[in-house]
Design a binder for this molecule. Structure first.
Ligand code: HAM
Length: 422
């Protein structure tokens, strides 16, 4: 075969796909418990939604979008993130005219033309959650708690929550100017100088030591917050304390998308190296107006599912990460006549809630038993001519090798008794 996946596409195959599912489900479950509702929105949108929503000064819009003209000449972009599209859908379908906040979650692929490396892909997966229509700082804390509890349910412990406030349209411009003034006086390369004029906050995010060194004493937003933003920020910090969620104040935390206001946060994982951000989010109180909607504050986060999978693998190093999703029972037919009986039995076991598979194809008893071992199942069920005529099945414990016959009518109960609680 001459084909490979395009460069930078993140793919999952068994058994790793089970871990991917586990991660997505942990976040969905945490969101459902907080009464967020599932949405599915467009994978591609009008390009201008992202240009106006995510922002012209962001790297995402400037360099990373998968944009094309469709056959009708429309300018289309594959979503580089979910927030703009989710808000577009909420506004389009008038959910914001009902009870507020509108609380929704979704997940799926997103696309950014980035330089691929470990943990950074061009097609990657996010779980995204948004609470739209309230400025209440309690909802800021709620979104963080939903993410925090999902990470905890997945057993992740090497996690740091970084918290910052980016101010609002009153205080941010004042800060921006002060920062620009500071940065313009530094000895920086042409690209960085250009960035000072377009998106000065991003300069604080520069990882190069020579830039870091120079920006060490740069002014930070938290020192410029107006009274309302400061009160909001203090409230969020207090609420997180009350929820027992530890956080680190990160006054230099800058997010890569232009729509953020006030609360911003990131979840960093200690074992992932350069791509350590496994999730991030914040408020976007001006986004609705930016895309032509009414004033409507909002907050949310997106988790990088790929990076969360990598974080789990790093923390569980050596452990069998997908054991929980393995097969429990494996059916083997001795002779063609019994094949249909095995399929019937296996189907009955599945309907009773067990994970069951069987040997397909004609590979003989030896090959079938090898497949049974390889499946990781706890028991093999064997049916041949003798078993059929006697109304029994043979059960083999694949861990101990013990065998015993059980009446065909009783086998589901027998297996459920031993495996049903797993
Ligand atoms: P973001 O920080 O751009 O925020 O992305 C969120 C997460 O997606 C990151 O923390 C990272 O784990 C993952 N991610 C981003 N780019 C890549 C990539 N190229 N490869 C692998 N993983 C990646 C947003 O997207 C916002 N929409 C979050 C949000 C929701 N803010 C408010 N509501």
């Amino acid at each position: 075969m001459n084909f490979q996946a395009p460069k930078g596409v993140s793919e999952y195959l068994p058994p790793r796909g089970a871990l991917f599912d586990e991660v997505r489900e942990a976040f969905a479950e945490s969101a459902r418990r907080a009464c967020y509702g599932r949405v599915e929105t467009a994978v591609f949108e009008e390009t201008s939604l992202f240009v106006r929503g995510v922002g012209e000064s962001s790297d995402v819009v400037r360099k990373e979008m998968y944009s094309f003209n469709d056959r009708g000449g429309r300018e289309i972009t594959l979503r580089p993130e979910f927030t703009a599209g989710v808000l577009r859908a909420v506004l389009e379908h008038n959910l914001h005219r009902g009870a507020l906040p509108v609380k929704v979650f979704t997940s799926g692929p997103a696309f950014r033309y980035e330089r691929p490396q470990a943990g950074r892909y061009r097609q990657f997966y996010q779980f995204d959650l948004e609470a739209i229509g309230t400025e209440d700082p309690a909802v800021d804390a709620e979104t963080i708690a939903v993410a925090w509890d999902a990470y905890a349910a997945l057993g992740l412990s090497r996690l740091t929550l970084l918290l910052n406030s980016l101010g609002d349209k009153q205080c941010r411009p004042v800060y921006r100017e002060a920062l620009q003034k500071f940065l313009r006086a530094l000895d920086l390369d042409a690209d960085t100088r250009e960035r000072i004029e377009i998106n000065p906050l991003r300069v604080l995010d520069d990882k190069r030591p020579e830039v870091r060194e120079q920006t060490r004493n740069a002014p930070v937003m938290t020192d410029y917050l107006c009274a309302d933003c400061k009160a909001h920020h203090d409230a969020v910090r207090g609420l997180l304390g009350g929820l027992g969620i530890p956080f680190t104040d990160a006054p230099r935390l800058v997010r890569g998308l232009d729509y953020y206001t006030r609360t911003t946060y990131e979840f960093d994982h200690a074992l992932l190296g350069a791509q350590s951000g496994i999730g991030g989010g914040g408020r976007y109180d001006g986004l609705s107006e930016e895309i032509g909607g009414p004033p409507l504050p909002g907050i949310g986060f997106a988790v990088g599912l790929d990076r969360t999978v990598l974080a789990i693998e790093a923390e569980r190093a050596g452990a069998d990460t997908a054991a929980a999703a393995g097969c429990q029972v494996y059916g083997v037919s001795l002779g063609d006549d019994a094949h249909a009986d095995v399929l019937t039995l296996i189907t009955a076991l599945r309907r009773a809630g067990l994970r069951a598979d069987m040997a397909f194809g004609t590979r003989g008893l030896k090959g079938a038993m090898k497949a049974a071992d390889r499946s990781g199942a706890d028991f093999a069920v064997l049916i041949g001519a003798d078993e059929r005529s006697n109304g029994i099945v043979r059960l083999k414990d694949l861990k101990t090798g013990d065998q015993q016959d059980v009446a065909a009518a009783a086998v589901t109960g027998w297996l459920l008794e031993r495996l049903g609680t797993k």
